[in-house]
Write a protein that binds this ligand. Structure first.
Ligand SMILES: *Cc1c(COP(=O)(O)O)cnc(C)c1O
Length: 237
C-alpha cells in the first residue's frame, strides 16, 4: 500500500470511530480529499485507494486536473471547489466542478447559475458562514443566512445542498464542538425548509472529531492524506 492509501485508510477509521462514538453511521460522513497543490500522480494513488471526492482551492489548477482525469476516461469522481471565488473565475467553476463550497453572496451564486452549461446537472452549492473568524472576509454572518438561502434556492443552475465553514483554529475539543454545534443548528433549520439540503462541510484534521460529533457530513482533509504542501497550509480567506 502507498503512503497515501495508508493515510486514507487511517482517516476513514478515524471518521468511523468518531461517528460511532456519537451514535452516527460512518456512511453519514464523506471524506473530501483536499488535493490542492498536489500532482495528478498523488490523486491517482488516492483513486486507487478508493477515494472519489476531491477538493481544490485554485480554479485553474482544479480545472486542469478535472480535464486530465476526464480525458483519461476516469469517471465517478466528484470535484469540489473550496477556495475563495472571484467573479471573474466563476465561469470555470460552473463549467467544470460538481460542487462549490464557498458561495457567500447572491452575485456569485447568480453567476454560477447563469454560467452552468445547460446539459449539466445543476452545480451543487454550499453557503459559507463566517462562524468564528471575525477578521476573515469570506462567508456570511449567521443572521444573513435565511435571506441568502431563499435567493439561492430560486436559481435554476445551482442546487442548494447546505453549509460550509472554516472555524478559527482552536485546540480545545469542547470549544471546537461549541462552534461546530452552532453550524449544525443552522444546518438543521435549513434542512427543514429545503428538503434537498443534506451537506454540512465542516471539520479538518485537528477538529474532525468535534465536527462529526456536532453533525458534520463532510470533512475536508489535505495534509494528513497527501503530506505537507510547500505553499502555506492555512486556507486563504
Ligand atoms: C486546504 C484546505 C483544507 C485542508 O487543509 P489541511 O490542513 O491540508 O488538511 C480544508 N478546507 C479548506 C477550505 C482548505 O482550503
Amino acid at each position: 500500500m502507498s503512503d497515501i492509501a495508508h493515510n486514507i485508510a487511517r482517516i476513514q477509521r478515524q471518521i468511523s470511530a468518531a461517528a460511532e462514538r456519537c451514535g452516527r453511521l460512518p456512511e453519514e460522513v464523506t471524506l473530501l480529499a483536499v488535493s490542492k497543490t498536489k500532482p495528478a500522480s498523488a490523486i491517482e494513488e488516492a483513486i486507487a485507494a478508493g477515494q472519489r471526492a476531491f477538493g481544490e482551492n485554485y480554479v485553474q489548477e482544479g480545472v486542469e486536473k478535472i480535464q486530465r482525469f476526464a480525458s483519461a476516461g476516469i469517471t465517478g469522481l466528484t470535484w469540489h471547489f473550496i477556495g475563495p471565488l472571484q467573479s471573474n473565475k466563476s465561469r470555470l467553476v460552473a463549467e467544470y466542478f460538481d460542487w462549490c463550497h464557498t458561495v457567500d453572496r447572491l452575485r456569485i451564486a447568480a453567476r454560477l447559475s447563469e454560467q452552468r452549461p445547460a446539459g449539466m446537472a445543476p452545480l451543487n452549492v454550499l453557503i459559507q458562514i463566517n462562524i468564528s473568524d471575525e477578521q476573515s472576509k469570506s462567508g456570511i454572518r449567521p443572521d444573513e443566512l435565511d435571506t441568502l438561502a431563499a435567493q439561492v434556492a430560486t436559481l435554476p443552475g445551482v442546487r442548494l445542498r447546505g453549509l460550509m465553514a472554516i472555524p478559527a483554529p482552536e485546540t480545545d475539543w469542547q470549544r471546537q464542538f461549541d462552534v461546530a454545534r452552532q453550524m449544525a443548528l443552522a444546518f438543521n433549520r435549513l434542512k427543514y425548509r429545503y428538503p434537498q439540503v443534506d451537506t454540512l462541510s465542516l471539520g479538518m484534521t485537528d477538529d474532525m472529531d468535534a465536527a462529526i460529533a456536532a453533525g458534520s457530513t463532510m470533512v475536508r482533509i489535505g495534509t494528513a492524506i497527501f503530506g505537507a504542501r510547500s505553499t502555506p497550509p492555512r486556507p486563504q480567506h
